[in-house]
Design a protein. Structure first.
Lengths: 275, 269
């Protein structure tokens, strides 16, 4: 029987590209943005040289690179506290949001009580909230972590509530025919089908937590990339300012890439409707 | 042991009936008032038989399956499955359900999808009666694909996995809601042939909803014809073609007689 079955339905081929081929493909996708970036840097350098722009208004890229190398120890010693705050805020904010989302999905009452509050909290500009948090938590790292966590909280909450509800009605009927309990439906169905939503929120919040930590440092801090940005600005050290900004965005991009890599490992199935 | 005894047919007047519906009506409350989906449905399904259900859309074929599976409570009337309530039958895992879409969990491999029912509910009772997922995958002709993910399979293969999953708890009653409706005709013919073989080998009672007249006649020992607005039983035909049936027998005059009879009944529904 099995033999007669083979011919009639052909499975979709799963083609793994060969090593060399894969490199070539990866490069052909990465080359255009790299070329664009290099062109922008060259134009920037030429513009500053030709128009003789003063350093304190805008530094040439060559100066920024030089500053990056000579001030490397200073940059790193300020990077580490910011990274710590960002990661703590990322974990705290996302974890809380996931737990709140689970509660909201399970209880109509909880949803009616807390969801409007969460929207209200989100509508407060973070820069306005930051001084309040400094008053409450002092000038240590705690308020920075809380600000980073708050920036992560809302995107994750909204996505996770949607994700936990994004179960196909037919899959729910299947679980009911099997007499599955609520907790079985939750662990075997809802959590799994929410994973794509979870990761899309993580992609948004990975750079957001860096912003949160830096904003927190602006309000009151002697160390961290945020503090270094303020200090460089006040002292007209624009090459240092630019180097710090590039380092901040590098950190955000790295966190984003880590999330994307984790997503690729965890979700091997095609996202979309259950069928 | 306990479970094995429980599965013996009971010595009541309903013993020979796997399913019996008495005056079953279903009324849905929609936005614009109430909709009567089923009205005074009466029929019986004998244990071990294969019943197909056919009718125009809106005749409540799927609703009947969902009432039997205890997914919808009837507004009036009674449903008995092996002499008990539908809820009892569902809780005792006597039902298997195959949907129009395979409804596989996309993150689980083929084998893990078939295992899903075994991971749900209490494990102590009835376990020795369960079939092994590996055997079932062989039964549906998918030996080599245990570790494939659903999106790597064709539509027909996905539906085979769904059938294996429905059989893993050894249901006494298998409910199928247009399971092959989305497949091309060649695949559908093969699946029909396979399903008859599975029915013979497992001796499970099957209720099968379809839109296709040849499918209804080819598969069914009985065909239940429904009319629409509201859903009522129009006729219950007995298809006394010889068994086991072959695909070729579809061209024989006896078969054609049944399909044309069914077509003329459906024209008046």
């Amino acid at each position: 029987m099995a033999q007669t079955m083979q011919g009639e339905e052909r499975p979709l081929p799963v083609v793994a590209p060969l090593g060399l081929d894969r490199w070539r493909r990866a490069w052909s996708s990465k080359l255009p943005p790299i070329l664009t970036a290099v062109t922008i840097i060259i134009v920037w350098q030429l513009a500053i040289d030709l128009l003789s722009v003063p350093i304190y208004i805008a530094p040439a890229p060559s100066l920024v690179i030089k500053e990056f190398v000579t001030q490397f120890p200073l940059l790193i010693s300020n990077l580490l506290p910011t990274l710590f705050e960002a990661i703590c805020g990322f974990v705290l904010g996302n974890l809380t949001a996931v737990m709140v989302a689970v509660a909201l999905v399970h209880s109509r009452l909880a949803e009616r009580c807390f969801y409007p509050l969460a929207v209200f909290l989100h509508s407060i500009p973070m820069l306005a909230l930051a001084p309040i948090l400094v008053l409450i938590f002092g000038t240590g790292q705690a308020p920075k972590i809380v600000i980073a966590a708050l920036l992560c909280f809302f995107p994750m909450l909204v996505n996770m509530v949607r994700g936990l509800n994004a179960v196909s009605p037919q899959a729910l009927e299947l679980m009911r025919v099997l007499s599955a309990s609520r907790s079985e439906i939750f662990w075997k169905l809802r959590i799994q089908s929410s994973l794509p939503f979870l990761f899309s929120a993580l992609r948004v919040t990975a750079p957001a937590c860096v912003i949160g930590a830096i904003v927190g440092e602006w309000i009151g801090s002697a160390v961290g990339l945020g503090a270094l940005i303020l200090e460089a600005t006040y002292n007209f050290r624009s090459p240092l300012l630019y180097a710090t900004i590039f380092l901040s965005s590098g950190m955000a991009i790295t966190l984003f890439s880590l999330v994307a890599a984790a997503e690729k490992r965890v979700i091997r199935w095609k996202a979309g409707a259950i069928d | 042991m306990h479970a094995a005894q429980a599965r013996e047919p009971r010595l009541t007047s309903e013993a020979q009936h796997a399913v019996s519906l008495r005056d079953v009506s279903v009324v849905f409350t929609a936005e614009r008032g109430k909709v009567r989906a089923l009205d005074g449905i009466n029929f019986d399904v004998e244990e071990g038989s294969f019943l197909t259900m056919i009718g125009p859309s809106g005749s409540g074929k799927s609703t009947i399956l969902r009432v039997v599976a205890d997914l919808i409570k009837p507004s009036t009337g009674t449903v008995q499955i092996f002499g008990r309530t539908a809820e009892d039958a569902r809780r005792r895992r006597e039902l298997g359900f195959v949907f129009q879409d395979a409804t596989l969990l996309p993150w689980r491999s083929v084998l893990d999808n078939v295992r899903l029912p075994l991971e749900i509910g209490r494990r102590s009772r009835g376990e020795p009666l369960w079939s092994s997922p590996e055997e079932l995958l062989a039964l549906v002709g998918l030996e080599g694909r245990h570790n494939s993910l659903p999106h790597e399979l064709s539509g027909g293969m996905r539906q085979r996995v769904a059938i294996a999953r429905a059989l893993v708890c050894r249901p006494r009653l298998l409910l199928m809601d247009e399971p092959f409706g989305a497949l091309d005709e060649i695949t559908r013919d093969k699946m029909n042939e396979e399903l008859l073989r599975i029915w013979r080998e497992t001796k499970t009672t099957i209720m099968f909803v379809t839109h296709s007249i040849p499918e209804a006649v080819y598969l069914g020992q009985q065909v239940l014809v429904l009319s629409s607005n509201p859903g009522r039983v129009r006729e219950q035909l007995t298809i006394n073609l010889p068994n086991p049936r072959e695909l070729r027998s579809r061209d024989e005059p006896e078969f054609v007689r049944f399909t044309s009879q069914l077509r003329s009944i459906l024209e008046t529904c």
